[in-house]
Design a protein around this ligand. Structure first.
Ligand code: FES
Ligand code: FES
Length: 212
C-alpha cells in the first residue's frame, strides 16, 4: 500500500498509555470507516475526500505514536495498517505478515499493553498510543525472558510465526492466563504455527510465567 509519508523522530514521551485504553486482541479495531475517501480516525485529518478526489490523491493523516519507546510522527494514507506502518515506513520488519486478515497472529504487537493483530489495526487510529514490537522486547544484549525461553525450549522451526508467538505470549503472561497448559493454549489460540511447535511454545510460556 502506498503512502505519502513524512516522518520525524522526537524525544520519547514521558506519558505512558494505560492498558485499559487499548483494544482487545480479538476485537477488530479497524473501524475507521473509509467512505468516499473520508476516514473517521484518531489522527489529524489532512486531506478531505473532495479535495483528495479532486487532486487524485488518497486521503492522508498525521499520527503521533510511541514505538518501542521512541515517539514517531508520520503522515500516512488513511488506509495504512499498523503492520504496514511498522514494516514499510519504520523499517521494523520483525512483525510478520502472514494472512493479513486477522487469522494467523504473525503480526501480533502490544498496543497500550494489549495484544492486537496489527494487520487489522488502522495506524491513524493510534494517536498517542504506545506500541511495543518484537524489536522492543530485549534490553540491549539481554533478551526478554520469553525470547530466551523460546531458544531454550527450541520452540520454533522456520521462525516465521515466532515474533507473533512471543508478543502474544508476553501479553498472555501479563494477563495472567497461564494457570495451566490448557489455559495457555486457549489464550494463545489466535497464533498459528504451521510447523506445529505448539507443545514447546506452550512450555516456553509456562516456564516464563512461573519465573515471574
Ligand atoms: S498477518 Fe495479521 S493475523 Fe495474520
Ligand atoms: S515455527 Fe514455522 S510457522 Fe511456527
Amino acid at each position: 500500500m502506498s503512502a505519502d509519508l513524512s516522518e520525524s523522530v522526537v524525544p520519547p514521551s514521558t506519558e505512558s498509555g494505560g492498558p485499559s485504553s487499548g483494544p482487545s486482541r480479538r476485537t477488530v479495531i479497524a473501524t475507521g470507516v473509509v467512505v468516499g475517501g473520508a476516514v473517521v480516525a484518531g489522527g489529524t485529518f489532512l486531506a478531505g475526500s473532495e479535495e483528495a478526489a479532486a487532486a487524485g490523491a488518497s486521503p492522508s493523516s498525521r499520527v503521533s505514536l510511541t514505538v518501542n519507546g521512541t515517539r514517531r510522527t508520520v503522515t500516512v494514507d488513511n488506509r495504512t495498517s499498523l503492520l504496514d506502518l511498522l514494516r514499510e515506513h519504520l523499517d521494523l520488519t520483525g512483525s510478520k505478515k502472514g494472512c493479513n486478515a486477522g487469522a494467523c497472529g504473525a503480526c501480533t504487537v502490544l498496543v497500550d499493553g494489549q495484544r492486537v493483530n496489527s494487520c487489522l489495526t488502522l495506524a491513524v487510529r493510534l494517536e498517542g498510543a504506545e506500541v511495543v514490537t518484537i524489536e522492543g522486547l530485549a534490553e540491549g544484549d539481554r533478551l526478554h525472558p520469553l525470547q530466551q525461553a523460546f531458544i531454550d525450549e527450541d520452540a520454533f522451526q522456520c521462525g516465521y510465526c515466532t515474533p507473533g508467538q512471543i508478543m502474544s505470549g508476553v501479553g498472555c503472561i501479563q494477563e495472567g492466563h497461564t494457570d495451566s497448559p490448557e489455559e495457555i493454549r486457549e489464550y494463545m489460540s489466535g497464533n498459528v504455527c504451521r510447523c506445529g511447535c505448539y507443545v514447546k511454545i506452550v512450555r516456553a510460556v509456562e516456564q516464563t510465567a512461573a519465573r515471574k
